[in-house]
Design a protein around this ligand. Structure first.
Ligand SMILES: [Ca+2]
Length: 179
């Protein structure tokens, strides 16, 4: 499944969004956290001013709410979702305890939660070396890597909400693999 991944395109959309926001509300611009979502397959990235807005956008992309996604996984298992649309895969946070900026991945790569790597994703440059906590969705097991394309030092798998990724990988993540 690794070969199915395509290299993400440069995240110009995110910069454009931030620029627009800064123009519209300049006094608060310095405090504005970025909450971005990205398609793991295409690398298409969009950013929002709040976590809720980002998750809502990811839900629109995948065609179901996170609650509906969790229910589908609980009830019908992986097979229920395999034949349908994308899933929300996981969220990565700038600070410990799910604080600061956030980056949510979605896509058609369905996790099995096992030890095998199903697919991988290299973060855009502005998202590297800052991740401190992570939240896997859709039964995904996340690994964090210090190099691009799932290379370098790594830690994981993170299968539960992880308020701190640990000293080894804190602020070092460049890419993530998921299984
Ligand atoms: Ca951090």
């Amino acid at each position: 499944m690794v070969s199915a991944h395509r290299r993400p395109r440069v995240a110009l959309l995110c910069a454009a969004t931030a620029l627009t926001a800064a123009t519209a509300a300049s006094p608060a611009a310095a405090d504005t956290e970025r909450h971005c979502i990205s398609d793991v397959d295409t690398g298409l990235e969009r950013c929002f001013a709040s976590f809720d807005a980002a998750i809502t956008a990811a839900e629109e992309q995948t065609g179901r709410t996170l609650q509906e996604q969790e229910r589908a996984l609980d009830g019908g298992g992986v097979s229920t979702l395999a034949a349908s649309s994308d899933v929300i895969i996981g969220t990565y946070f700038e600070h410990e305890d799910f604080g600061g900026a956030s980056f949510t991945l979605y896509g058609d790569g369905l996790c099995t939660g096992g030890d095998d790597t199903e697919f991988w994703y290299t973060f855009p440059p502005e998202w590297r070396n800052l991740i401190s906590s992570a939240q896997p969705w859709a039964t995904c097991a996340l690994w964090l890597h210090a190099g691009p394309d799932g290379t370098g030092d790594r830690d994981g798998p993170y299968r539960e909400n992880t308020g701190y990724v640990g000293d080894f990988m804190n602020d070092r993540t460049v890419s993530t693999t998921l299984g």
